[in-house]
Design a protein around this ligand. Structure first.
Ligand code: N01
Length: 545
């Protein structure tokens, strides 16, 4: 619905388009937001900077990219027909298939007519005289809206590190988070890859098959567990579909991370060495993120965590033949899981290939990029192409790129200068009618993103309906509720091992970024209940006018 309406009868400059809601981003969050708001008969305009829908899955096209949450669960639950009809081909869907799914959703729910592609939102300003937002886009246009929803994604601002000489490199430079659309073939090339997070861990085995030589520059070794990916059979899909009501309910209400799995009832130190090893072995053979769900205290107790970390370090030593390389690959500076655990297919075994070399840039840092080589403190490594798997300015990076001005002209960047401050991760005091989907202060990146996206979209839709039913103009988080929530988010994080790692959860990967644990670690079920209670109590902690 592109119908342009007036907002509460307030006059706008002649010719200005006026919407009930502007949504920024057409990934999984923006698309579902559009669908839900339309269901209320609202006029909505979505702006998407990419050339098509899909968000993360539009940009992250690097070789080997796939989701680390199983496809039957990493999918929308809002339409039973959709979840019954869509056929996922593999346990972990590859990126092209997830992108196809996003496109299918856009077509199936006829979303495209309200999505303007190739358009960035540059500015958004709240006007106190009319209680409306003006939104200015990269095509030079300004529209007005009562509400703005930031569906900008948490890992969408790819970060190119500031390394001397990078712009003078004469070969091609690729970033995993902004990968070209055409197929890149590294056959016969000497390739260097910088970074060893999830993106590198997925792409290294594939690039190694093509490149004549692959040099992996590692600053921090990461823990990775095997995916055990496989084709899904029709029977497996059917069995899953039959259980969907319970699977989705559990993921929403009971799971900490929005994933249906057994919940451990024991701590790692409650069992003897042999039993514990057998449990880790069984999780390792089964594959996937649920390795960390073997015991209920792996994220809380360092001694318990050490047992899982030691198990994975032993596995690395078993798999990697060269003892020196194995030693370098064994993480030793953070608890397992305190940086997002990686899920791989043959990552460690790839280092047994004669054409793959691991370079430790913690002890010998990269000094500069030469036109044909990477220079570390002790050696030059000649390369023809460079892959930057250096991650993202996570959770706040894409929001920070927009000049957002709330009451009294205060910018969101000023307000968040010492770290993001939100109430429930949904709104920030001083910025009325501006919602954030899976923002900092919500479970977000610690969860199955689609579960968290659906919860936020449903909550925001209900909130806007509540306002309309009562003829209300604004909703705004109160400063007191926000301060209390920020303190709670912090306190819960401090009770875990997570703050012990220099992770992107903490903003530690971005020089100068304030180091604050950004997501809410209380669990999606607990968090959902808190949000529902707030709404049931007349949006407690928010001011509505
Ligand atoms: O990024 P990262 P990512 N010089 O930040 C290194 C999700 N994801 O794109 O750790 C040298 O994890 C950096 O080193 P260090 C998932 O949530 C999901 O891999 O800072 N090295 C690190 O090794 C994931 O956690 C999937 O010391 C530099 C690496 O680059 C998140 O996205 C797949 C450097 C960056 O790792 C981000 O993953 C892929 C420098 N200047 C991603 N700067 C799924 O499976 C950075 N590094 C769903």
């Amino acid at each position: 619905m592109s119908a342009v309406q007036s907002i509460s009868g307030k006059s706008q400059p002649a010719g200005t388009e006026v919407y009930d809601v502007v949504v920024v981003g057409a990934g999984f969050a923006g698309m579902y937001m559009l669908h839900k708001l339309r269901g209320q008969g609202l006029s909505v305009q979505v702006y998407e900077q990419g050339g098509d829908v899909g968000g993360t899955w539009y940009w992250n096209r690097y070789p080997g990219a796939r989701c680390d949450v199983e496809s039957m669960q990493y999918s929308y639950s809002f339409s039973d027909e959709l979840q019954q009809e869509w056929n996922w081909s593999e346990r972990y869907a590859p990126q092209p298939e997830i992108l196809k799914y996003a496109n299918h959703v856009a077509d199936r729910f006829k979303l495209r007519s309200d999505i303007q592609l190739n358009t960035r939102v540059d500015r958004a300003a709240f006007h106190e005289s009319s209680n409306t937002w003006s939104v200015t886009t990269s095509d030079g246009k300004t529209v007005m809206a009562k509400h703005v929803v930031l569906a900008t994604g948490c890992l969408s601002n790819a970060r190119v590190p500031d390394i001397k000489g990078l712009s003078d490199f004469k070969g091609k430079v690729y970033h995993t988070g902004n990968w070209p659309h055409e197929r890149i073939d590294f056959t016969g090339l000497r390739v260097g890859i910088i970074g060893t997070g999830s993106s590198a861990i997925q792409s290294v085995p594939i690039i190694a098959e093509q490149a004549s030589q692959l040099t992996v520059f590692q600053r921090t070794a990461n823990f990775s567990v095997p995916a055990r990916n496989a084709a899904l059979t029709a029977e497996e899909r059917e069995a899953f579909r039959a259980k969907y009501p319970e699977i989705r309910r559990f993921a929403r209400e009971e799971a900490r991370n929005g994933i249906y799995t057994e919940m451990p009832d024991k701590g790692a130190l409650d069992e003897g060495d042999n039993e514990r090893r057998a449990k880790y072995e069984s999780r390792w053979s089964r594959g996937g993120l649920t390795f960390m769900m073997a015991y209920n205290n792996l994220a809380l107790d360092k001694a318990a965590n050490d047992t899982a970390a030691d198990f994975v370090r032993d596995k690395i030593a078993e798999i990697v033949k060269d003892p020196q390389t194995a030693k370098l690959l064994q993480p030793d500076n953070h608890p397992i899981g305190s940086k997002r655990i990686c899920v791989d297919t043959d990552y460690y075994a790839t280092f047994n290939r004669p054409n793959v070399k691991l370079v430790d840039i913690r002890s010998s840092p990269i000094q500069e990029i030469l036109p044909n080589a990477v220079r570390t403190a002790d050696k030059d490594y000649e390369v023809d192409a460079l892959v930057l798997a250096t991650g993202f300015d996570a959770m706040t990076g894409s929001v920070a790129k927009i000049d957002i001005r709330g009451r009294n002209g205060q910018t969101l960047n000023q307000k968040w200068a010492e770290g993001p401050k939100t109430y429930l991760g949904l709104m920030s005091a001083g910025f009325p009618n501006l919602f954030i989907i899976t923002g900092p202060g919500s479970p977000s990146v610690l969860s199955n993103m689609i579960v968290s996206i659906e919860q936020h979209v449903d909550w925001i839709t209900d909130c806007i309906a509540h306002m309309r039913d009562r003829g209300l103009d604004t909703i705004e988080a109160s400063k007191a509720a926000e301060d209390k929530w920020v303190a709670h988010v912090n306190e819960v994080a401090q009770g875990t091992l997570y703050p012990q790692a220099n992770s992107w959860y903490m903003g530690a990967n971005i020089p100068g970024k304030p180091q604050v644990f950004m997501p809410y670690i209380g669990g999606v079920g607990v968090y959902r209940q808190i949000c529902s209670d707030v709404a049931a109590k007349g949006y407690e902690g928010f001011t509505m006018t």
